[in-house]
Design a protein around this ligand. Structure first.
Ligand SMILES: [Mn+2]
Length: 369
């Protein structure tokens, strides 16, 4: 793949961060939030780049740290797409499992810049005293009042604030690829500046205009491509589909996990003829008694389906009786491709998201105990 024009400077910066960390001195980790959505990743990369090359870096090495393990990167399909489009190789990025923050901290070498959040994640709370900069668009938690800069503004995307910081400091850093990275991020966060979505502010619009001319990108084409890639899970295995958007709870005696899966049950079975074994493997890896996949997709209408995996027959019978009697509107999908531990359903009641299903299940398992 040909390099995007102008990306060489960003590329050589990213390619040398590991060596520079090993070399000693103060390291300022520019960290996004734990959800590590596209905004957090793009903002961390571009803000670290801009700060590292600015005249007031004070000898500090600024490095972007992506706040998820590297193995989870491929689950962020829209990020994989946009970083590739921008000409950025993920091998150059540093993920949270690839840097020893505790060691840097104990040697007094650690500083932190928070982007796309203004309260450190629980895993990083013990480094709160090292926070020196904050760039964010969430509600101001009132922390780190001495941070400089401390920019917390309710715009549609943290990438808007990062782009503003770069335009203020060194606009030459924004070339085709990096401008596209920030632009795509803002478009996705603001639903392509749609007023109905009530995300975009005047500042987002102003920055988008500038990034459009710097990147030469087509706004609608870029947004449509990102929107498509966000839901394009065709490259993911069943285990990856299950862990992409996953939550688990202890409900009384029962350990329950619920995955949101952006794929129809029919397509899933086409992809994975051993779906029951995949569910069993994932349930085992998470120590679950019950694993539920909530399949949701649009083709052409929004549709919900439910996959219930429960190897304990007595528990499964009670659970399925309960679910069938509930207002989920379930009807069984017959299939020879799954074993007896797995039940497949169409779900007529579209109002049941995970947020609503979880308390329903909680009530069932709590009363059972
Ligand atoms: Mn954000």
């Amino acid at each position: 793949m040909a390099l995007t024009p102008g990306i060489e400077k960003l590329r050589s910066y990213l390619a040398t961060t590991r060596t520079r960390i090993a070399g000693g001195g103060t390291v300022c980790c520019v960290v996004g939030n734990e959800a590590a959505d596209l905004d957090s990743m793009a903002s961390a990369v571009m803000y670290a780049y801009c700060r590292d090359l600015s005249t007031d870096a004070n000898g500090i090495t600024y490095v972007p740290v992506i706040n998820i393990p590297r193995a989870d990167y491929k689950l962020r399909t829209e990020a994989v797409y946009l970083f590739t489009e921008a000409g950025i190789d993920p091998d150059w990025l540093i993920f949270i499992d690839e840097i020893d923050l505790a060691a840097l901290h104990s040697r007094g070498r650690l500083k932190i810049a928070l982007v796309d959040h203004n309260k450190p994640a629980a895993a990083q709370a013990s480094y709160a005293s090292t926070v020196i900069e904050v760039i964010d668009h969430h509600k101001d938690e009132g922390l780190f009042t001495d941070a400089t800069p401390r920019v917390i503004e309710p715009v549609g995307s943290a990438a808007t604030l990062v782009a503003q910081a770069i335009l203020d400091r060194d606009p030459a850093l924004l070339e085709e690829g990096s401008a596209k990275l920030l632009l795509g991020t803002i478009l996705l966060d603001t639903v392509n500046l749609d007023p109905e979505a009530k995300r975009a502010t005047e500042q987002d619009e102003k920055i988008v205009d500038q990034l459009l001319s710097l990147s030469g990108a087509n706004r609608t084409e870029l947004f449509d491509a990102l929107q498509f890639e966000k839901f394009n899970v065709s490259a993911l295995s069943s285990a990856d589909l299950l862990r992409k958007d996953y939550k688990q709870w202890q409900m009384g005696e029962t350990r329950v996990g619920i995955s949101s899966v952006l794929l129809s049950v029919a397509d899933w079975l086409k992809k994975d003829s051993g779906l029951s074994a995949s569910l069993a493997g994932y349930a085992k890896s998470q120590g679950l008694d019950v694993l539920i996949a909530m399949n949701a997709y649009t083709n052409p209408d929004f549709t919900r389906e439910l996959v219930v995996y429960c190897p304990n027959e007595a528990l499964r019978t009670r659970l399925l009786d309960f679910l069938n009697a509930s207002d989920l509107g379930l009807s069984a999908i017959a299939s020879d491709s799954v074993d007896g531990a797995t039940a497949l359903f169409a779900q007529a009641n579209l109002g049941y998201s995970r947020k609503k299903l979880q308390p329903l299940l909680d009530g069932f398992f709590a009363s059972k105990a």
